[in-house]
Design a protein around this ligand. Structure first.
Ligand SMILES: [Zn+2]
Length: 245
């Protein structure tokens, strides 16, 4: 509902790590917001999908065109789970020759310029879903996208410095395989990053004030926790900037 009514933007997040530009999860509005924030899609080195759900993948084809000059300058990579390519694919056939395509598998590690990306574990969500650990010169950033809680989750992200975590709900609903706020607190407590960023809020979380929830988890865990907002930009080190939109 939050995405469909655009109560929050849904374009994903843009990472610039050691001069490597990555767009993660280009949902609806990604192209529009990138331009509004003066981010240049033609500078992207890779686009990554955690999974095929439309709030994470809607703009994958248009962003691939934007990365490759409408296909006239093939470059960059698409890194996606196999079910984004096979039956009922979200990556259209005609854009595929424009880029190098890599299928994500559990444990896959790839290098992009000076950074490394690892896909540590398969999440528990209705479609094939992977988070990522980006290793760059100033540290390690983990992203935990949509999943229900499972005991091995936190262990897969051990040792990261920064964490982006999708928290959709306040309370559990067995039909919806997402983390709730208590699950997120548990995962943050176990991983103990230097900083955690909550994002991907459903209606329940928006009503409960994401900022207040971040503060509660901070007090509970001793970890610095912040709530993402549209257009948020974070500077982990001078050279490393992340933007949400
Ligand atoms: Zn999903």
């Amino acid at each position: 509902m939050v995405v469909l009514n655009q109560m929050r933007k849904s374009g994903g997040f843009w990472l610039k790590l050691d001069e490597v530009n990555i767009l993660q999860d280009p949902g609806p509005g990604s192209l529009v917001m990138a331009h509004q924030l003066h981010l240049k899609p033609k500078n992207l080195d890779a686009i990554i999908l955690s999974h095929r759900h439309i709030d994470h993948s809607n703009d994958i084809n248009v962003m691939t065109e934007a990365m490759t000059g409408g296909g006239f300058t093939p470059r960059g990579r698409l890194i996606v789970p196999s079910d984004c390519l096979n039956s009922d694919p979200v990556v259209l056939q005609y854009v595929r020759p424009f880029v190098e395509i890599t299928e994500i598998k559990k444990g896959l590690e790839i290098s992009l310029g000076d950074i490394k990306i690892k896909f540590p574990i398969l999440n528990m969500h209705p479609v094939e879903t992977y988070g990522a650990i980006y290793t760059f010169s100033s540290g390690r950033l983990g992203y935990i996208p949509d999943t229900e809680y499972f005991p091995e989750l936190a262990g897969a992200y051990k040792g990261i410095d920064f964490l982006i975590i999708n928290v959709v709900r306040m309370k559990n609903d067995k039909r919806i395989r997402h983390l709730n706020m208590d699950d997120a607190a548990e995962v943050i407590k176990e991983i103990r990053p230097k900083k955690a960023i909550l994002t991907h809020f459903g209606l329940q979380v928006l009503k409960a004030s994401p900022e207040r929830q971040a503060k509660i988890i901070s007090e509970k865990t001793g970890v610095e926790v912040v709530a993402a907002y549209d257009g948020m930009s974070l500077n982990f080190e001078e050279r490393d900037v992340k933007k949400w939109f």
